[in-house]
Design a protein. Structure first.
Length: 263
């Protein structure tokens, strides 16, 4: 599930980010295709402002949240179901499809988007932090190159420079709205963790449904304070920094190839 979620997340993020950038350029009077495989050439000819990029980033995050919530719901339930079934071998526990059917039976179709508010906040704000941190560090590197009399186009940035920008993006994404992710994960796993004591998902479904985003946030803050909202943030940043560095490096290099071969 994490691999599937990552594939859908990155594909949706970059597709929407480029699409909204193209629409903003069309709004500015530039002649650009409806969908562009690369934004490097357009960015060099007429770079968008950071405010405009923030609009594209926020839109990308918002759209991605709708795709991610059902995937993350199943992933979170799979991660905690061993706790509620300690005597069952992992291979005998329900798989993704069984968990989807169980969610539909106990919560209905809306149950697949349990925690959507948290995912929306995390992806919208986090997406802005992710893309803007990358763009900001890249522009700083370009300015430094320009002042040194070196080639300063985005495609001229070295792999270490791109990876540094990507790593900053990964850390920024998690630091900004990690509490929203903590609340979302709590909402999505409450029913599964309660199975051991409640006996069946149907018994805890009503209670879970009543615990909305704000109520869950208050509960975590009351019991554990700010530390509870940021529990696991350090480890997540250690993972997200390198992974985002590789994601942005690969994506930028693929954009360059798309420009070279006019894909």
């Amino acid at each position: 599930m994490p691999i599937i979620g990552a594939c859908f997340e990155n594909a949706t993020l970059f597709l929407t980010y480029n699409y909204v950038q193209a629409q903003l350029r069309r709004y500015n009077g530039e002649a650009v295709p409806l969908l562009t495989s690369s934004t490097l050439a357009a960015a060099e000819a007429a770079p968008l402002s950071m405010a405009q990029l923030s609009i594209a980033a926020a839109a990308a995050g918002a759209v991605t949240s709708c795709v991610l919530t059902p995937i993350e719901l199943v992933k979170c339930r799979m991660q905690v179901q061993q706790l509620s079934n300690p005597g069952v071998a992992p291979k005998l526990l329900p798989g993704p499809l069984a968990l989807v059917r169980d969610t539909l039976r106990t919560h209905g179709l809306r149950g697949l988007w349990l925690g959507q508010t948290g995912t929306l906040l995390r992806e919208t704000g986090g997406g802005m932090a992710w893309f803007l941190a990358f763009e900001g560090v890249c522009r700083a590197a370009q300015t430094r190159r320009r002042n040194a009399g070196r080639k300063a186009a985005k495609q001229d940035l070295s792999a270490p420079e791109l990876m540094l920008a990507g790593a900053c993006a990964g850390v920024g994404y998690n630091v900004v709205l990690f509490p929203a992710d903590s609340v979302k994960s709590t909402m999505q796993t409450t029913a599964e963790l309660a199975r051991a004591g409640a006996g069946a998902a149907a018994d805890v479904a009503p209670a879970t449904a009543r615990n909305g985003f704000v109520a869950t946030f208050r509960d975590i803050y009351r019991r554990r304070g700010v530390r509870g909202l940021y529990a696991g943030c350090g480890v997540t940043c250690l993972r997200s920094g390198p992974s985002s560095a590789l994601i942005f490096l690969m994506y930028t290099k693929l954009e360059q190839l798309a420009d070279v071969y006019a894909i």
